[in-house]
Design a protein around this ligand. Structure first.
Ligand code: HEM
Ligand code: CU
Length: 452
């Protein structure tokens, strides 16, 4: 019997992966993993007690090859409160190693298995209550490369989705407890990549250069939801379906079940922020399942041409039939500083404003200006609106993004600029200011014009 050489496995925290196996021969691979229970941030000001394999969610990435004999040591830190274990889907045998790896706090246990089938496999804790251990972050990926290794690529990333259930609703600050009933109802407050909101956005965005080939090792820890994984602005050249050996090509969105995975390959052709989402899209924009792959390099017009023409479109514009245009009245402010007296009748302005509101604002700000909690701020009794008329005019002219506070609640979203005339902007604002408990300001077209 020939004995295998011994090698210590490199373990990495997301979004990084260990070096490829390449042509190396099968080895006895030593995996040394520590379970850590710790408080970390799930969202701005929102904290959670995560249970982790190796101190990250998802847990450390393990990279092996077919034929490796893995000697796995699982250590449960003495400061931890609970016993844990590991079920690796790459293992053929009892519970994927669950029984053999069961460890109490302050204990360690070593077991061995042989990597037989190539593929990208999920591992997770399987200690009762199993759902709770997974919901608290106890999952990760183990890759078993085929003989000869996967094809080399320029960049590899580790991304894993998970759903989280907190006592408070999405965004509620402070240390949040696990909510068992929400987990049973499969109604998560957070659906995120790599354990928290914003793990792959802003400074944490993953990066590539134009022309590079990218591989994402994507896993889904669940515990409940399947993921409709999609990258906005990109097409997957190859998808290793369900993390197995079968390859599909030219895929827009791939379905990854809870406890499953996929390997995705594509080449980035133009310098954009590609957006990673769960295309069950409210999860992306309202629960956190959103990440950025930032691509830098030269613009490539052969791939994406950008805007080549632009102009007003008004299907109601009449062709000139010889009738003279309707004269519009010009109001001159003869007494600057004094309130402007419009010749327009206030009832007409209000009627026009009501109609404009229904056409342009109601879909988001709602019929009575009540808004939608967490998404669209209220216009009814809005302190933000009532405090500063010029600022409100600017919101309509230029749109608004970034964090604002309205009646004590924060919003951090995007409102598109409204393409309305000075008269229409004035009418819709006057309508809003004279309804729903607002301060009765009359906004004039001149005031709007000054802000342009
Ligand atoms: C914010 C008015 C259309 C989404 C605001 C604010 C005003 C306003 C005054 C400041 C916050 C407040 O006082 O509550 C209007 C008017 C509209 C209009 C008069 C129509 C002419 C829309 C539409 C959308 C939208 C169509 C959705 C597509 C938002 C969002 C914010 C906002 C998301 C908060 C932006 C942020 O978080 O920075 N809007 N809005 N609005 N509006 Fe509108
Ligand atoms: Cu556990």
């Amino acid at each position: 019997i020939k004995t295998l050489g011994v090698m210590k496995a490199e373990l990495t925290a997301p979004p990084f992966v260990p070096a490829p196996v390449g042509k190396r021969v099968a080895k006895k691979l030593i995996v040394d993993m520590e379970i850590i229970e710790e408080v970390a941030e799930m969202d701005n000001g929102v904290e959670y007690v995560y249970w982790t394999f190796g101190g990250s969610v998802p847990g450390s990435f393990i990279r092996t090859r077919v034929g490796d004999e893995v000697e796995f040591t699982l250590k449960n830190h003495p400061d931890n409160k609970l016993p844990h274990n590991i079920d690796l889907h790459a293992v053929t045998g009892q519970g994927g190693g669950a029984e053999a790896s069961f460890v109490a706090p302050g204990q360690q246990r070593t077991f061995t298995f042989k990597a037989i089938n190539p593929g990208l496999y999920v591992y997770h804790c399987a200690t009762a209550p199993v759902g709770m251990h997974i919901a608290n972050g106890m999952y990760g990926l183990i890759l078993v490369e085929p003989i000869g290794g996967l094809d080399p690529v320029d960049r590899e990333f580790y991304v894993m989705q998970g759903d989280f259930y907190t006592k408070g609703k999405h965004g509620e600050k402070g240390l949040q407890d696990f909510d068992l009933q929400k987990a049973i109802d499969e109604n998560p407050d957070y659906v995120v990549f790599n354990g928290k909101v914003g793990s792959l956005t802003g400074d944490n965005a993953i990066k590539a250069k134009v022309g590079e080939s990218v591989r994402i090792f994507f896993g889904n820890g669940g515990p409940n939801l399947a993921s409709s994984f999609h990258v906005i602005g990109e097409i997957f050249d190859k998808v290793y379906l369900e993390g197995g050996s079968k390859v599909n090509e030219n895929v827009q969105t791939t379905l990854v079940p809870a406890g499953g995975s996929a390997m995705l390959e594509f080449t980035v052709e133009s310098p954009d922020n590609l957006v990673l989402v769960d295309h069950s899209i409210f999860r992306a924009f309202n629960k956190g399942a959103l990440g950025i792959l930032s691509v830098e390099g030269e613009e490539n017009e052969k791939v994406f041409g950008g805007v080549i023409a632009e102009g007003p479109y008004n299907p109601e514009t009449k062709i000139d039939d010889g009738t003279p245009p309707i004269e519009t009245e010009v109001v001159v402010d003869e007494n600057p500083g004094e309130p402007v007296t419009t010749t327009q009748n206030i009832d007409e302005v209000m009627a026009k404003g009501k109609k404009l509101y229904a056409q342009n604002c109601l879909a988001c700000h709602q019929p009575e200006g009540q808004g939608i909690a967490g998404a669209f701020p209220p216009l009814a009794k809005s302190d933000y609106l009532n405090k500063d008329t010029d600022r409100a005019i600017n919101v309509l002219l230029n749109g608004l993004n970034g964090e604002i506070t309205v009646n004590g609640d924060t919003y951090n979203s995007v409102m598109p600029a409204q393409r309305l005339s000075d008269e229409d902007n004035a009418a819709v604002l006057t309508y809003i200011y004279n309804n729903w408990g607002n301060n009765g300001t009359v906004v004039t077209p001149e005031q709007v014009k000054k802000q342009r």
